[in-house]
Write a protein that binds this ligand. Structure first.
Ligand SMILES: [Zn+2]
Length: 285
């Protein structure tokens, strides 16, 4: 957050400010997913799994490589905090690099990338019924990779020691521990920054602060993914509900979310499971 400045602007301040920005990571050289082939593979697919994520709680689900999964709003507006792991837990979603590559909010055709050293697509978004939203007048949009996940530590800091146990961080920790037979502390160490499914967020133009507003999601809306590798997903139905007012409390109206897994008749034409990143890892030595 920028305070009132202590230092006078130099004479060429406006000229410096007028320099146009350069995209940090031009993605023209990134292999683009063949969306038509992905979508064609949905014809005749079979639903093979369904997980209901209770309100203010989380649940885990398995998605084999080459399958699709959908996260659907049911019963009422609700945002979800999504963690993705490789099935063996060796790879985790890398929110920061995904943001650097695809921007602050994800939609159809964007990928969820794993961390170093594998840095490869874990999942590709194949359908987004909220893609019409775009960016609103406040700079807000949906499905962000700019927030982290609501957590009891920040809540404790900001509420003079308050203890709240149903934040997404804790929900994800409990669900991962249960899914893989881990202790809570072992699971907590693996929980990572999320894709904020259906959440509407941005940064204020004047102070640059992270904001949220009521999600435009309605029952029936969904975000659909193709699993590029064998995945364990963990999804929390945030205690913030539609995140129109507050999180980290039981004040908001909350609803469950539905996860469905679909097996296509055949993989998308031309699809090859992504190899791990090609950097040789010598780091110059
Ligand atoms: Zn949350």
């Amino acid at each position: 957050m920028k305070p009132t400045p202590d230092h006078a602007a130099p004479a060429d301040a406006e000229a410096r400010r007028a320099i146009p920005p350069v995209i940090c990571y031009p993605v023209e050289t990134l292999p683009r997913p063949d969306l038509a082939a992905y979508r064609a593979a949905r014809a005749g697919w079979q639903k093979v799994g369904e997980t209901r994520v209770p309100a203010r709680d989380a649940a885990a689900f398995e998605v084999p490589a080459g399958h699709f999964f959908r996260i659907t709003s049911i019963e009422g507006p609700q945002v979800g905090d999504l963690n993705l792991f490789s099935a063996d837990l060796s790879e985790r979603f890398y929110s920061g690099k995904t943001r650097a590559l695809h921007g602050t909010h994800l939609s159809t055709g964007d990928r969820m990338w794993s961390g170093f050293p594998t840095l490869r697509p874990m999942a590709t978004i194949t359908e987004d019924t909220l893609d019409w939203y775009g960016f609103d007048a406040f700079g807000g949009s949906v499905h962000d990779v700019i927030g982290t996940r609501c957590d009891p530590y920040t809540h404790c800091l900001l509420s003079e020691g308050g203890q709240y146990h149903l934040c997404c961080h804790s929900n994800l920790t409990r669900a991962l521990a249960a899914a893989r037979g881990l202790s809570l502390s072992a699971a907590e160490a693996l929980v990572h920054d999320v894709l904020n499914v259906f959440m509407c967020t941005g940064f204020t133009r004047d102070t640059g602060q992270y904001f949220m507003k009521a999600s435009p999601v309605r029952p029936g809306d969904f975000l659909e993914f193709f699993a590029e590798i064998d995945l364990l997903g963990v999804l929390s139905a945030c205690p913030g509900g539609d995140c129109s007012a507050e999180h980290s409390s039981d004040a908001a109206a909350c609803h469950p979310l539905l996860v469905e897994v679909y097996r296509p008749v055949a993989p998308p034409a031309g699809w090859v499971a992504p190899a791990v990143n090609g950097y040789d890892r010598s780091h110059g030595r």
